[in-house]
Design a protein around this ligand. Structure first.
Ligand code: NZQ
Ligand code: ZN
Length: 388
């Protein structure tokens, strides 16, 4: 295993009713709350009413920060920064999906920084050696794991860059995770969000070191759990056990634990982020389209691991097969699962109509040192074109 330092300061309260039970006690010492949320789902499913009622009963001064969009923009972050400064916010409470949580984290960091936050914390990895505004997370859908890490993935629309780094200090102080909050999530968001969790684990698993280590063994177990529970939740959206497994799987996929001792790839995430920066496609759906095609390009450079993936995650028999055949069958199984979950398989299905733009997007993708093989812009374009 590679050397590492592990820290995760987010205190997690997990289970049905946890907001009702614990939120009020977590507000002690905070008077001015910025309530961040998305484009309306929380008002339809009753979560907004429940949270606001707790804040009001506790006598807090609440400023609302609504309308956070999927693929949150740096302009939206700046809007939140102004609200924090005008209202002397001492706690940001983010209630929503990964986009809401990310935007709130970005606001918490940028509001306490006097210079150009984009240049210092997103354009390149900076040093966050000051205390961001404390932030609490109430995820209402599962997938990104944003509730348990310090990453805020933000889009700069002018520069056409979507990026984010995990700053330990930006980790939420607490995360209230109620799986029942996810019952109202549309099926496509449930399946694609959970596929995003699966993709995080694959991006960790398919990276060096590959000799036996605890991260890879855990990763296989969590991948199998995600696949099993996606199938159950797709069949019965009201299955609480499936929803709760998927919610915790999402946190496990991005709470840093599985990353320890591993180099981590995330090359496909870097490609997808740029695809979203240019076309505003959904991150999780974009991952479903790109990942199998990316893996067909690189699997020969990690043959042994891809064969292990086929055997241990998809339970494919290795009998009478070469390692290469087995490895390829693992990717086939992944692709078949994407189809079974009715996730998109082409960029056209994501709404991208222009093939021309793909060359430019490919040229804008950053390089991941963790990949089994370094891909240049030409090969990234080939991947995009095959996905088209
Ligand atoms: O905006 P509202 O109206 O709230 O609707 C949301 C939104 O349309 C809806 N939703 C959420 N909870 C719901 C619900 N609808 C009904 N009932 C509920 N309970 O679902 C949609 C969620 O959209 P979004 O937040 O964009 O999805 P997701 O959670 O997949 O987050 C994606 C963002 O996170 C970033 C992605 O790049 C993307 O910008 N990521 C963040 C990561 C991190 N911080 O660690 C890692 C990921 O790899 C990813 O890059
Ligand atoms: Zn992701």
């Amino acid at each position: 295993m590679n050397n590492f330092i592990y820290e995760n300061t987010t205190k997690v309260y997990f289970g049905q009713g946890c907001v009702h039970e614990f939120l009020a006690s977590l507000l002690n010492g905070y008077d001015h709350i910025l309530l961040a949320y998305g484009q309306g789902s929380v008002k339809q499913n009753g979560i907004y009413d429940e949270v606001l009622n707790i804040l009001m009963t506790a006598g807090k001064q609440v400023t609302e920060f609504p309308g956070i969009m999927p693929n949150p923009t740096y302009e939206k972050v700046q809007e939140g920064v102004s609200l924090v400064r005008e209202n002397r916010t001492d706690l940001i409470l983010a209630v929503g999906g990964g986009s809401v949580l990310d935007c709130a984290k970005a606001v918490s960091l940028a509001a306490r920084f006097d210079g150009n936050a984009w240049e210092n914390f997103w354009a390149r990895k900076g040093i966050a050696d000051f205390e961001p505004v404390p932030m609490g997370a109430v995820p209402t859908c599962s997938g990104t794991g944003s509730e348990c890490n310090g990453a805020a993935v933000i889009t700069n629309r002018i520069e056409k860059i979507k990026t984010g780094y995990d700053y330990t200090k930006c980790s939420p102080k607490f995360a209230l995770m109620d799986p029942a909050y996810t019952f109202s999530v549309p099926k496509i968001q449930m399946t694609s969000g959970s596929f995003d969790s699966l993709s995080h684990i694959m991006e960790i698993y398919f990276s060096r070191p590959d000799e036996q280590n605890v991260s890879d063994d855990l990763a296989e177990a969590v991948m199998r759990n995600i696949i099993r529970n996606m199938r159950i939740a797709a069949e019965d959206p009201a299955d609480y056990q499936a929803r709760s497994n998927l919610m915790w799987d999402a946190a496990m996929s991005e709470n840093r634990l599985l990353k320890m001792g591993k180099q981590c790839d995330f090359a496909c995430h870097l490609m997808e982020h740029q695809l979203s920066a240019y076309t505003d496609v959904s991150h999780s759906r974009g991952m479903a389209v790109l990942l199998p095609v990316y893996y067909r390009h690189i699997y020969r450079n990690g043959l042994h691991k891809f064969a292990r993936f086929a055997r241990n995650v998809w339970e494919i028999s290795s009998e009478g097969k070469s390692e290469e055949k087995l490895a390829a069958e693992g990717i086939d199984a992944l692709e078949q699962f994407i189809r079974e979950m009715h996730l998109p398989a082409t960029l056209r299905e994501l709404g991208i109509r222009e093939k021309n733009i793909l060359k430019k997007i490919a040229g804008s993708c950053r390089y991941s040192p963790g990949s089994y093989r370094r891909l240049g812009a030409d090969e990234i374009y080939d991947i995009f074109a095959e996905c088209f």
